[in-house]
Write a protein that binds this ligand. Sequence first.
Ligand code: DAT
Ligand code: MG
Length: 151
Amino acid sequence: MSNERTFIAIKPDGVQRGLIGPIISRFEAKGFQLVAMKLVQPGKAHLEKHYADLATKPFFAGLVQYMCSGPICAMVWEGKEVVKTGRVLLGATNPLASAPGTIRGDFAIDVGRNVCHGSDSVESAKKEIALWFKPEELMSYTPAARSWIYE
Ligand code: DAT
Ligand code: MG
């Protein structure tokens, strides 16, 4: 199915460091399709909900504080296996362990400043998209290059 969707976010450090363009470029160049995008600073309660699975971790409070520290570029990308492949484009959670050529591998050093977020399963992508976007903010369109990307 080429209509799988994932939630990708450029975190406050990525926005402040001018990495919105380079990060979007990698998803575009791969052939994935942008279906929603906005710059938002949604606040503590929203970020606690987004990272609810990590609530018991010792780094949770610091993580939420960092995510609240500036605007986030929230996006939805669509394409065949985009959830799994999106995370490959991002690289390992700890940037020091991320392969060169990945976003975190090329642009980050500390795990607490790893510039981007990507959903880890189709199920969590659905939850995250519903948390960050209203249905009418998600675009449905056929990209002109579609038949040059998919056989
Ligand atoms: P990912 O963002 O790769 O899905 P995750 O969901 O396990 O990783 O964790 C969410 C974020 O929390 C991660 O991007 C950075 C932060 N984080 C994870 N593990 C951490 C740790 N051991 N120390 C500090 N921050 C951590
Ligand atoms: Mg995660």
